[in-house]
Design a protein around this ligand. Structure first.
Ligand code: NAI
Length: 361
């Protein structure tokens, strides 16, 4: 019964420490290519089942993301059940860090929704298996910077595949969400000469973006259906669904938001509506590529991380070509590429422990 629920996960760990109010679940989907890496989400889930379903869905996506990005990493994710506004404490993160440490590097954590670099620093007091601290403290800094760059690189590649040119100067692009990723995607698009339509629930962010003459602001309920060439979702998951897809006018979708498809079948629906979809975990891999640098012997190097993020264009080309030649959706093509890579174990443990033991010393 429990194993059925786990589906294809290698290990799922429930962590409880009543003295500090900690209830967490760490899900390791795969370590076939290396130690599992994925952020810790801190959320007041309605119940434990919702938390378990969320963490397993997210950890599987991390395996595919790392494999498609060509990184020697597996997929994992963790959730802490609680309200990030009221339930955080150094003691809670220390207890959580102890739990991570007990996995001896099979799971490495990072920031996610509800967790920030300061929280990673608190976790790091008990384990070396935490990333995402500021550059000044030897970390890789804000992963949103390279995530946004990777999304932009992906947008150009998708435009090239769709229309034969990656020149975006005549393109009109709708950007949903103006946060760490979406805000920077807008900047890259404007630099490339595109005109941009934006929406965010945060009115101040919209007002700041709309100061640019090539930016038009529209309502949050309209952005998905704007009359544009390209749609870039950079806010929420599940925005591409049977309800929304028939009304989407864009012919390319490429954004940074995780889990954009509401259901697996929605990939087929997009194709049926002649919309080219850049799978989210391929397009938004800039963040994990950035973090990976922290784990390498020698540490994070901005230039190397940037170069690796540029390669998202090559991965997308591979995905689009495979989808075309096999007559499958782009989502299915990306899954096949990831699963093929995961099927070949590359013996990463030795490499991994060599790097981290240095860090512990
Ligand atoms: P963020 O929290 O900085 O920005 C999200 C933005 O979306 C905020 O400005 C928020 O006001 C806006 N938003 C929320 N609900 C909205 C709605 N209904 N309509 C329009 N806007 C709405 O988050 P960040 O880091 O920019 O992440 C954006 C997406 O990219 C998320 O789905 C995240 O999981 C994903 N992602 C982020 C990575 C990173 O390195 N930051 C890496 C990979 C994926």
């Amino acid at each position: 019964m429990v194993f059925e629920l786990w589906e294809d996960h290698e290990q799922v760990v429930h962590v409880r420490d009543d003295t500090v109010g900690l209830r967490a679940i760490i899900a390791i989907h795969s370590t076939a290519l290396g130690p599992s890496l994925g952020g810790t989400r801190f959320r007041p889930y309605d119940n434990e089942r919702d938390a378990l379903v969320d963490v397993m869905r997210l950890s599987r996506a991390m395996s595919y993301k790392a494999a498609c990005a060509g990184l020697p990493l597996g997929g994992g994710k963790a959730v802490i059940i609680g309200d990030p506004a009221t339930d955080k404490s150094d003691e809670l993160f220390a207890a959580y860090g102890k739990a991570i440490d007990s996995l001896s590097g099979r799971y490495v954590t990072a920031c996610d929704v509800g967790t920030y670099p300061a929280d990673m620093a608190a976790i790091k007091t008990r384990t070396p298996w935490a990333t995402g601290s500021p550059v000044e403290q030897g970390g890789s800094g804000d992963s949103g910077i390279l995530t946004a760059w990777g999304v932009f690189v992906g947008l150009r590649k998708a435009a090239e595949f769709r229309w034969g040119s990656n020149d975006l100067s005549d393109a009109r692009v709708a950007v949903q969400g103006l946060g760490k990723v979406g805000g920077r995607v807008v900047e890259h698009l404007l630099e490339a000469g595109a005109s941009v339509v934006v929406a965010d629930v945060d009115a101040a962010r919209v007002a700041a973006a709309a100061e640019h003459p090539d930016v038009e602001a529209i309502g949050v309920d309209e952005i998905l259906f704007a009359d544009v060439d390209i749609l870039s979702p950079n806010a929420l998951g599940a925005v591409l669904s049977a309800d929304t897809i028939p009304a989407i006018k864009a012919k390319v979708v490429c954004g940074g938001a995780n889990n954009q498809l509401a259901m697996d079948e929605d990939a087929k629906l997009l194709a049926d509506h002649d919309i080219l979809y850049a799978p989210d975990y391929v397009a938004n891999a800039g963040g994990i590529i950035n973090i990976f640098g922290e784990l390498e012997p020698g540490g994070w190097n901005e230039e190397v991380a940037h170069r690796r993020t540029d390669a998202i264009a090559d991965t997308l080309q591979e995905v689009f070509d495979l989808a075309t030649s096999e007559g499958v959706t782009t989502e299915e093509a990306a899954e096949r590429i990831a699963e093929e890579r995961m099927a070949v174990r590359s013996g990463p443990d030795r490499w991994w422990h060599a790097g981290r033991e240095d860090a512990r010393a």
